[in-house]
Design a protein around this ligand. Structure first.
Ligand code: ADP
Ligand code: MG
Length: 288
C-alpha cells in the first residue's frame, strides 16, 4: 500500500477528491479550531421524505400536494424536490405563473390563477396569510391558497452516515467548537445537534443571519485560530466567502457555492472535512 505521506499537499488532496484552491487555504485549514456547518445537505442527506400530509377541513390531501408541487415546480431546493417526488401526478406547467422563490422562506406562485404559498411561518407572516402553528416535530411546510390556510406537509431528512463520527473526530483533533446553522425549525435543529454531539446550534436563520453569526464568531476567534464553514446551497455563498476557509460539498452543491468556496469536496461525505484537515496538518507538519 501507499504511505499516507504520499498523499500530502494540494496534489495529494485532489487525488482524494478534496480540491484546495491555493496553498494558503491548506495552511488555514491546518489551524481551524471552529467548524461551522450548514444543516441541510451538509450534515443531513438533503433528501427529504414526506412523512405526513395534513390538509385543512374540506381539502383533500392530493390537491394539497398538487398545489405545493406546482408552486415548487421551478425550484431545485431539496424541499421542492421532495414535494415533487411525493406528488403522484404530472406537473402541468401551463397552470403556473409568476413564481418567486424567497430564500429561507419558501415559494410564492400563481397556480390556477390563485396565489399559492409554500414555506415556513416566516413566509406566511410576510404575505399576511392565514396559518396556524402545529406542534409536530419535523420540517413543516405550510400551504396557503389565496391567503386561506390549506394545510401543512411534514417532511424529514436523515443525518449522514458518517456525520457523528466526523464531529467526534474533529473534537479529538482539538477542534473546540462544531456549530450548526440552519433555517429549519428549532426542534429539528436540536434533535440533529443532540444526535451528532454538536457544541452549538442556531436555528430559524435567514441566509443573512448565517452571515452575521459567522461574523460574530470570527470577531471572537482567538489569535491564529481559524474558522471553517461547510455548506452546499446557493444561499451559502456569502458565508463561504466570509469564513477563513469556505468548504463546499461539491457533488450536490450549487455552482455558486462551489465558486465561492476555498475547498471543494467532490464527495459530500462529512468525513472528508476531517480528512482535509489531517492532510493540511500533515503538510504543515502539525501533529494530528
Ligand atoms: P438550511 O438552513 O437548512 O440549509 P434553507 O436556508 O435552504 O435551509 O431554508 C430554510 C427554511 O426555509 C426551510 O427549512 C424551509 O422552511 C424554508 N424554505 C426554503 N426554501 C424552500 C422551498 N423551496 N420550499 C419551501 N420551503 C422552503
Ligand atoms: Mg442550505
Amino acid at each position: 500500500s501507499v504511505p499516507l505521506s504520499f498523499f500530502g499537499g494540494i496534489g495529494g488532496a485532489s487525488r482524494l477528491g478534496i480540491l484546495v484552491k491555493g496553498s494558503n487555504y491548506l495552511e488555514q485549514l491546518a489551524h481551524v479550531d471552529t467548524v461551522v456547518f450548514d444543516k441541510t445537505g451538509t450534515l443531513t442527506s438533503g433528501t427529504f421524505n414526506v412523512v405526513a400530509v395534513h390538509p385543512e377541513a374540506g381539502i383533500d390531501p392530493d390537491s394539497l400536494l398538487s398545489y405545493a408541487a406546482h408552486a415548487e415546480a421551478y425550484s431545485d431546493h431539496p424541499i421542492a424536490v421532495s414535494i415533487k417526488q411525493a406528488y403522484a401526478g404530472e406537473i402541468d406547467r401551463s397552470r403556473i405563473k409568476d413564481v418567486q422563490e424567497e430564500s429561507g422562506h419558501g415559494v410564492r406562485a400563481v397556480v390556477d390563477e390563485k396565489i399559492v404559498l409554500v414555506g415556513n411561518d416566516k413566509l406566511m407572516a410576510a404575505h399576511e396569510s392565514a396559518w396556524h402553528e402545529c406542534d409536530l416535530v419535523g420540517t413543516i411546510l405550510h400551504v396557503s391558497v389565496d391567503r386561506t390556510y390549506a394545510g401543512h406537509i411534514v417532511i424529514a431528512d436523515v443525518v449522514k452516515e458518517d456525520a457523528a463520527q466526523t464531529i467526534a473526530e474533529l473534537h479529538a483533533a482539538g477542534v473546540k467548537s462544531c456549530i450548526m446553522l440552519t433555517g429549519d425549525r428549532r426542534d429539528v435543529a436540536e434533535a440533529v445537534a443532540t444526535e451528532l454531539g454538536l457544541d452549538e446550534v442556531h436555528a430559524q436563520l435567514l441566509p443573512e443571519d448565517k452571515v452575521n453569526a459567522v461574523e460574530r464568531l470570527l470577531a471572537n476567534e482567538s489569535d491564529g485560530a481559524k474558522l471553517a464553514f461547510v455548506g452546499d446551497g446557493i444561499n451559502d455563498a456569502p458565508v463561504l466567502m466570509r469564513a477563513d476557509v469556505g468548504i463546499a460539498m461539491g457533488a450536490m452543491g450549487s455552482d455558486a457555492a462551489i465558486e465561492a468556496a476555498d475547498v471543494v469536496l467532490m464527495d459530500d461525505k462529512p468525513s472528508n472535512i476531517a480528512r482535509a484537515m489531517r492532510i493540511a496538518r500533515k503538510t504543515m507538519r502539525i501533529v494530528w
